[in-house]
Design a protein around this ligand. Sequence first.
Ligand code: PXP
Length: 252
Amino acid sequence: MSEHHTIQLGVNVDHIATLRQARGTTYPDPMQAADIARKAGADGITVHLREDRRHIQDHDVYSIRGNVNLPMNFEMAATKEMLKIAQTVKPYECCIVPEKREELTTEGGLNVADYMFELGDFVGALQEHSIKVSLFIDPAEAQISASKELGVDIVELHTGTYADCNEDQRDSELQRIKSGAQLAHSLGLQVNAGHGLHYQNVSKIAEIPELVCLNIGHSIVARAAMTGFYEAVFAMKQIMIGARLESEGEGT
Ligand code: PXP
């Protein structure tokens, strides 16, 4: 996901895995979804391997890394286990995210300013393996300055508050993201954004000129389920009718 003039889309395929894990089946396959995303113009694929493995599994990370010809953004908590996996997978980029609210987090983003020391070791260990490091932070000045101080390549600004706020807070939340993007860009950081973006709220964020890449998952998977539903029902009914006709034919 390199610097570009047009805005880039990183497609998060976590919730394809959520659907699979709900039944313990082999389908739907996040790797297949990632390849469809590539064909549709995605610029990168994001996966979040959570400590509890609630959606993406280790094998998904390896199969997408090995088979889908797009840069991978590997989201991970700052744990020893994840560091080891990242160093083996060697994704294009690792985005460090908080997983537990009580841990390293402020308003949903990483609390970089208060955990400089712990995160510093982490960032260094990834960069030694030629992996770009991104920090998922609130668009707050203290977090952006601390990220710069840590020497990361990228910050991803948390758009969740903007996505969830009511109408009267929307302008001020948007302004916070705009100011954050300007500050981070002026410090020489690549600026990405994501979380909670959907078809109705993405435009104002996409207009922000400093943003390089938006990482979006849930709304895309949700829309795919609806836009594909007609075809899916139709195909099932055709198979059923075909099977019945064939069995009736055999009987005569
Ligand atoms: N960016 C980060 C850092 C995330 O953790 C997530 C959610 O996993 C996303 C973007 C995508 O969010 P959504 O699924 O709401 O589009």
